[in-house]
Each structure stands twice: as structure tokens, then as C-alpha cells.
Design a protein around this ligand. Structure first.
Ligand code: CO
Length: 199
């Protein structure tokens, strides 16, 4: 028995649970995926996209990285956006950050080294752009949480500059970009009210 046997066991249990109520679930899913949502979130293990919005396999296309960033030169994220918009024709892209994000904290405290340091530089620039507001906040935790929100707003802005998104808007393809934040402490999502529907 393998070291990770319990994962195979819970996989079998999960399949049984789903097929008990819907015997053709996987057969249907194997034919195609037609998600209407692209989720761009943090890799943090406490922020699992599907579970948070209570969605089944097939309902949400997901990209996750440290601190939910949409970086122009990141071919991984940019390919996900291209595929989601051009092929899947998702109707919504949600950038979802979360309070107390370790990546955001590390960028402020400049703890990261190596490739991580480079990755977190982008958040450092969000901090720099908003420094005047952020230094007013004496409570460190609150300052970080505000930076988590500002980071989402900045990534939404980056997303609106992505070529496939601009092309979709130019050609009248319905597509809405949203900025949300998740609270690990109570499991609740909040809309930051910065949605963008077009150019
Ligand atoms: Co995070």
C-alpha cells in the first residue's frame, strides 16, 4: 500500500458520492467542459476555488499562483486567460485575493529570496503606488489586508490590459472582469465593486 493510499481511498469515496446521485456525471463531463467562469486566485491551500463557491468539476476554469497575480510576462497565466476567453468563451473572470495573504506579507517584509523575490516584486510596486494611503494605517494587520485588496484591484487592471480580454470587448463578446476578496477567518467572499464590463 502506497504512502498516499488514503488519497486514492478518498477519491473512490468522492466518485461514489457523486455517481450515487448522478450516475452519468463523469460520462457527461468527459465529453466537454463549458465553464462560464475563470477564477484567478492564490495558491494558498485554504483558498480552494471550487469549494469556496460550491462548484462542481466542469463549472470553473482555474488559475492559481502565489498572491493571485496577473503579470504580463507570465506565459502560464496569460495562456490560461487566452484559452479561457478565446476557446471556452467564459463570461466572467474573477480575480480573488484573500486577507492575510502570505505572499503579500512576504513582499512587504522582503522575506523572499530567489525566484520568489522576483515574483513578489510586482506586489511591492502595488505597495509603492499606494504608499501614501498605506502608511496612514498604524495596525500592521489592517495595512496588509488593505494591500491585499489593492493587489486585487491592480491585478484586475492588468487583466483589463490583456490582449484576449481587449479583443473580446472590441468584438462584442460578453465578458466581465471582477475583483473579489476572501476571508479565511469566516469563509466569506466579498465583492470589491471594481467590476469592468468593457472598454
Ligand atoms: Co495568498
Amino acid at each position: 500500500m502506497g504512502e498516499l493510499q488514503h488519497l486514492f481511498d478518498s477519491n473512490r469515496e468522492w466518485v461514489k458520492e457523486i455517481t450515487t446521485s448522478d450516475p452519468d456525471f463523469f460520462k457527461r463531463l468527459a465529453k466537454q467542459q463549458k465553464p462560464e467562469i475563470l477564477w484567478i486566485g492564490c495558491s494558498d491551500s485554504r483558498v480552494p476555488a471550487n469549494q469556496i463557491i460550491n462548484m462542481l468539476p466542469g463549472e470553473v476554469f482555474v488559475h492559481r499562483n502565489i498572491a493571485n497575480q496577473v503579470v504580463y510576462g507570465d506565459v502560464n497565466c496569460q495562456s490560461v486567460i487566452q484559452f479561457a476567453v478565446e476557446v471556452l468563451k467564459v463570461k466572467h473572470i474573477i480575480v480573488c485575493g484573500h486577507y492575510g495573504c502570505g505572499g503579500v506579507i512576504a513582499s512587504v517584509e522582503q522575506q523572499a529570496e530567489g525566484v520568489m523575490a522576483g515574483w513578489l516584486e510586482h506586489i511591492k510596486s502595488v505597495y509603492d503606488e499606494n504608499q501614501r494611503e498605506l502608511v496612514q494605517e498604524r495596525d500592521k494587520e489592517k495595512m496588509i489586508d488593505r494591500l491585499c485588496e489593492l493587489n486585487v484591484a491592480s491585478q484586475v487592471k492588468n487583466l483589463c490590459q490583456a490582449e484576449p480580454v481587449i479583443h473580446a470587448w472590441n468584438t462584442g463578446q460578453p465578458l466581465k472582469v471582477h475583483g473579489w476578496i476572501y476571508n479565511i477567518g469566516d469563509g466569506l467572499l466579498r465583492d470589491l465593486d471594481i467590476s469592468v464590463t468593457g472598454l
